[in-house]
Design a protein around this ligand. Structure first.
Ligand code: 8DG
Ligand code: MN
Ligand code: MN
Length: 357
């Protein structure tokens, strides 16, 4: 009689013919990865671990539950050290993706939670000794809505609400769609807008009043306001800074279904609330910084990174959301439009929808 290894309440054989394996694979995320590795190895000369990976994947397919912790694999047949390393790497990546998908959670927090043995958002919420800041609490509270993505129709509805609110305060203020939607994306994780006043200096007050009015309308679910730290004397910045110094806010707004043009919210069909939460970013640069901010906030992140790298390495210039500086001539280069900045850099103009790098 061959050996059936005890694994929790069940016994697992090393032979597939002694296991019951249905199509209901609870460990698909791992078995897919093992199968990719096998295909990769079959191309190269090191076919050695191929069979081991195939056996490991097969054992995982037979299990009644998902392996969340490395220790869950203890006692399983066909899962040697090499296979367990692969398993652990995948578990780590999955947790990282899940945790950083929460508004307010970055790589450091994600790593901390992973090392504390947390694997699901349910576990994070129900652990009494996990400290959550205000942003993370909001991120978890509205997680289902926020992780669903925003459609173009919803983004347009958000735009109409902000524009109306802003024009009540200041008829001459302007609003520009930026971020992924400006690049033509059909879905986004948030909606990004630049608010601007014709005269430099009035923008921060405008942004604060817009936030106040959104709160008064009862649609401000969360607001992280970051005041201006912009100092004209300190440009250009020597170091690369991911964040700019302009007044901005990271919001969660309550979007009513009635305000969405095609009537459709990106909600679950069983969701009958008639509203959803949406992430909205607003930034308010001084009027003379508008072009740099528009270029910086339009993205994509990789496009921006390479634009700055090109400026530095090919032109000896420093570009950020605040300014463009020519190091050789020691002058700041003025720009009213994105076209002006491309021209200063000696680059052909690239349209926003061509910046999805
Ligand atoms: P998505 O929302 O559809 O996922 O894509 P996205 O619109 O390209 O990404 P994003 O995370 O909304 O960021 C839009 C751009 O804004 C991106 O290129 C980075 C840029 N950005 C800055 N400064 C700042 C800042 O201070 N905070 C944030 N969140 N983004 C900034 O240039
Ligand atoms: Mn965006
Ligand atoms: Mn954004």
């Amino acid at each position: 009689e061959c050996q059936l290894i005890r694994w929790g309440p069940i016994r697992v054989s090393q032979y597939a013919c002694q296991r019951r394996t249905t199509l209901d694979n609870r460990n698909k995320i791992f078995t897919d990865a093992f199968e990719v590795l096998v295909e990769h190895l079959e191309f190269s000369d090191s076919k050695g671990p191929c069979l081991a990976f195939k056996r490991a994947a097969s054992v995982l397919k037979s299990l009644p539950s998902t392996l969340r912790h490395l220790g869950d694999a203890d006692g399983l047949p066909c899962l040697g050290e090499h296979c367990r390393d692969v398993l652990e790497a995948i578990q780590c990546v999955i947790s990282h993706q899940l945790f950083t998908s929460v508004f307010g959670v970055g790589p450091k927090t994600a790593e901390k939670w992973y090392h504390r043995g947390l694997r699901t958002l349910q576990e994070v919420v129900s652990q009494p000794n996990v400290h959550l800041n205000k942003m993370q609490r909001a991120g978890l509270l509205y997680y289902r809505d926020i992780s669903r993505g925003i459609s173009r129709a919803e983004a347009d509805a958000v735009g109409r609400i902000i524009a109306e609110t802003m024009h009540c305060i200041s008829p001459s203020a302007t609003m520009t769609l930026t971020g992924g939607f400006r690049r033509g994306k059909a879905f986004g994780h948030d909606v990004d807008y630049i608010l601007s006043t014709p005269e430099s200096g009035a923008e921060e007050a405008l942004l604060l009043r817009v936030i106040d009015r959104l709160r008064y309308q009862g649609i401000l679910l969360y607001c992280d306001y970051q005041e201006s730290t912009f100092d004209k004397e300190r440009i250009p910045c020597r170091r690369f800074e991911a964040m700019d110094h302009f007044p901005k806010c990271f919001l969660i707004l309550k979007l009513d279904a009635m305000t969405v043009e095609d009537g459709g919210l990106q909600n679950n069909p069983e969701d009958q609330r008639g509203w959803r939460a949406v992430r909205v970013d607003l930034v308010a640069p001084p009027a003379d910084r508008y072009a740099y901010t528009l270029l910086g906030w339009t993205g994509s992140t990789q496009f921006e990174r390479d634009l700055r790298r090109f400026a530095r390495l090919e032109r000896g210039m420093l570009l950020d959301n605040h300014a463009l500086y020519d190091r050789n001539k020691s002058i700041l280069l003025p720009a009213k439009t994105e076209e002006d900045i491309f021209a200063h850099l000696g680059l052909e103009y690239i349209e926003p929808w061509q910046r999805n790098a």
